[in-house]
Design a protein around this ligand. Sequence first.
Ligand SMILES: Cc1ncc(COP(=O)(O)O)c(C=O)c1O
Length: 380
Amino acid sequence: MISKFAQQVQPFIVMDIMEMAQEMERQGREIIHLEVGEPDFDPPPAVCRAMEGALTCGRTHYTHSLGIWELRCEVARYYGDHYGVELDPGRVVITTGTSAAFLLIFSTWLEAGGRILLSDPGYPCYKSFAALIGAEVRAIPVGSETDFAITPELLEGVVEDGREVVLISSPSNPTGAITGRRTYEWIAQRGIRCISDEIYHDLVYTDVPQFTGLQVSQQMVVINGFSKRWAMTGLRLGWMVVPEPLIRPINKIAQNLYICPPTPCQYAGLAALREGETALLRMREEYDRRRRTLLAGLEDLGFLVHSEPQGAFYIFADISALAADSYDFALAMLKEAGVAVTPGKDFGSNQTSRFVRFAYTNSLQHIEAAIERLRSWLGR
Ligand SMILES: Cc1ncc(COP(=O)(O)O)c(C=O)c1O
């Protein structure tokens, strides 16, 4: 017998596309990958050294479920240095990727029948975590009118009794949109519980000021991690900052669900926070070059980009001037042009059949080659 959850959970379409592309590569086709939201860079050298050092020094045993104390202190220091927020390291929870942080906070704050508000389009896995808990998802449709960001006006239409949890991802996957401080303040003033996914912080390309939810309210749960900004996806390391009363409940759940985050990776995370700044700046510069090249190329080819993405490494492009359905369009693009992108459908149901997501997590040379392939495929 298979559980209802296992039967109903949706595939992560981007992974389906990637697996299809890999199968084509096995058959000899050369594919340009712009589908997966995974940095193509290696982690900073200090991270690799710390990882090796941890493995050879016997740092291979269980740690505290909430993570090693040095790393929790280093994360707390990061908030002081970057945002001027003074933070008790005891409120920092180290997690197995931010994915585990979502699992922990969803199972702490939500129960069957509880309600979580998520933007549509948005990162697809949030709703699967909610489904696992039995929580109800209420979509907040966001579009070009608000530059794909959640606003207080949009929240007014969906908040019912103030007992819901709002999850904001800023910069957003798949749109690169940044949510304004006004939205965070609106939520905080009403005492509504809020999770702020800040995994793409520091990957911002415009001069829009960056702030953390913690600057607005210490009651917010802030989630962040190492995967994107330090290209450490496979090391599975993230963190979460929680209000004091949540520490012990989360501690107990972490102990039971996965005991502790991977030990050598925690030492690698320490090195990223202490020595990763230069590598981060270099990667960010390169992402920005790619972003500008891809934006110009796509617009020239007839894709519509309603709002310039300000952060993360995605462009959510409207294909309605080129085709009727983005799923068929993305499949044809893969099979006929050898360029892999993610159909909008992966990110929700709010007009998503009009969009595809390009991830500029591939070299400038490959991005330029992809634009030329698309030019001849589209006959432009
Ligand atoms: C918005 C967002 N949050 C969280 C994650 C999960 O990342 P990880 O579990 O590697 O920290 C992703 C991954 O793509 C993401 O796009």
